[in-house]
Design a protein around this ligand. Structure first.
Ligand SMILES: *Cc1c(COP(=O)(O)O)cnc(C)c1O
Length: 492
């Protein structure tokens, strides 16, 4: 039915003000300057400090009253350039090696801008942005060897993706009634290794099962869960009348990058009818690399996988993701009915099931676009090579550490994380000080971890921009600081 009206010319500047620019030409020119500035920043990121200590007056600028009056966009942008840009954490910098942070990418910057222009809400309804997210879900299902019809969802990060998996496993174990009646005294228990990320225990806590329902199983010398100990723990809990329901395997542990034997975990899960979830926050996208893919054997047998595009995937924050083998179980754990969210066969309210049926969020941004853009722009092969390259750089760092008599490596390098320390008096305090001074110098930013009670300098090579010359700068700086600080007696 054609009910269109003849198009009217642009409305005149009258009536109440909307928030659009009064002078579109000026706004456009300013927009181009802002785009150029941020691209300059990324292009020349290597030349500046990784991070710098934040002056009091900069921080004080963010304790201002709510601005009721307007300012020029250009002035606000100047403030951004002066106060915010130089004082960001610096994870796009090639010598940011702390924690597990991705470096971002240019396709993602631009896609995020386009996504903001569309202002799409991917909670539901019938529009192609939803199909873009579903496209990425199908790509990931194929990558990880999941069946056709698997479901998935973009979320903030792996913390929430793990939580979604825990909730799906919980609903599967206790039945749909539990969504109405609550979990009560369920007796459910879950298993992960002592190297599992702290967000797993937090997810069980938030799921109402208590973080105490997570059994932390010891690891072997390579940091992988000990499957013999896992089997014993499951048998012991069953004998005690408890209900084992979930094994969380880790594919890339935060401390040293260890990957659990996922095939063995799948065997145990299958035999004991437990849900196998894999926390592959940073590691799982190693599947994109031909060289690394074999390390993840068995991941295709999991019920669910959580990972982050914002780590090894190099997407701008944030872009967490959960993949689920069984779409019906996934939806059964989250779908709800509300009259104003009714679905129809045609019109804008069509296209069900909606993505809000697969997680806690109703309104959802278009995170999928930056990932879709990156895969298409760079190609999955190049993204996999960038990931493999971080492992090569880490291996070079490990060799460099092994060559230096003043340095000691503290863990095997499974993937891209190197833990080491400077050998000197009071090594825990010395190495903590080395890391702090290094960060303050802006030269490089590793972080620390504790392995077997020993404080380690932890360099996680996650950023696609990091090269061998960057690890050389890191090693030389650690040696210089180690010598200076041991001489001046940091422990005094
Ligand atoms: C980073 C990380 C998480 C948490 O992911 P977020 O995206 O920060 O929420 C969980 N598990 C592992 C192994 C991680 O490396």
């Amino acid at each position: 039915m054609d009910i269109t009206e003849p198009s009217s010319s642009a409305s005149q500047d009258a009536g109440p003000r909307d928030l659009d620019p009064r002078d579109w030409d000026a706004a456009r020119a300013q927009a181009h300057r802002m785009l150029d500035d941020i691209l300059d920043h990324v292009q020349h990121i290597r030349e500046g400090p990784v991070w710098q200590p934040i002056p009091d007056e900069v921080r004080a600028a963010f304790d201002a009253p709510l601005p009721w009056e307007a300012s020029d966009l250009a002035d606000v942008h100047d403030e951004f350039k002066r106060l915010i840009l130089p004082h960001a954490a610096g994870n796009p910098h090639p010598r940011f090696m702390g924690w597990v942070n991705g470096g971002g990418n240019v396709a993602g910057i631009l896609a995020d801008m386009l996504a903001a222009g569309l202002n799409a809400n991917l909670g539901g309804r019938d529009h192609i942005p939803v199909d873009v997210e579903k496209q990425v879900i199908r790509w990931m299902a194929a990558l990880f060897g999941f069946p056709e019809g698997s479901s998935g969802l973009f979320v903030t990060g792996t913390s929430l993706a793990n939580m979604i998996a825990v909730l799906a496993a919980r609903a599967d174990a206790l039945g749909q009634e539990s969504r109405v009646e609550g979990v009560g005294d369920s007796g459910l228990v879950a298993y992960a290794s002592t190297s599992a990320h702290s967000c797993i225990a937090k997810a069980l806590d938030m799921a109402g099962l208590g973080s105490g329902s997570l059994r932390l199983i010891p690891v072997d010398g390579a940091g992988r869960i000990r499957t013999d100990a896992l089997e014993q723990a499951i048998a012991g809990d069953r004998a005690a009348g408890l209900k084992p329901f979930l094994i969380v395997g880790t594919a890339g542990s935060v401390d040293i990058g260890a990957i659990d034997d996922l095939g063995a975990l799948a065997d145990i899960a299958q035999r004991d009818r437990l849900w196998l979830h894999v926390d592959g926050a940073f590691g799982a996208l190693g599947k994109l690399s031909e060289e690394l893919a074999p390390l993840f054997a068995g991941i295709e047998r999991a019920q669910s996988i959580a990972f982050d595009f914002h780590k090894w995937g190099q997407a701008p924050y944030d872009a967490g993701f959960v993949l689920m083998r069984d779409e019906a179980k996934h939806r059964a754990a989250f779908a709800t009915a509300a009259p104003y969210l009714q679905r129809h066969a045609r019109g804008l309210a069509a296209g069900q099931p909606w993505l809000c049926d697969y997680g806690p969020d109703l309104s959802r941004g278009f995170r999928a676009l930056k990932v879709w853009f990156a895969f298409k722009t760079y190609g999955a092969a190049a993204m996999g090579e960038a990931i493999a390259n971080t492992c090569h750089v880490a291996q070079a760092l490990a060799r460099r550490v092994d060559e230096e008599p003043e340095l000691e490596r503290l863990a095997p390098v499974a993937l891209n994380i190197v833990c080491f320390r400077y050998l000197g008096p009071d090594p825990d305090r010395l190495n903590a000080e080395i890391v702090t001074v290094l960060q303050e110098s802006g030269l490089a930013a590793p972080s620390t971890t504790v392995l077997d009670g020993r404080l380690a300098i932890r360099a996680a090579i996650v950023n696609h921009r990091t090269r061998i010359e960057d690890i050389e700068i890191l090693v030389r700086a650690v040696l210089r600081l180690g010598r200076d600080l041991s001489r001046s007696g940091v422990s005094a």
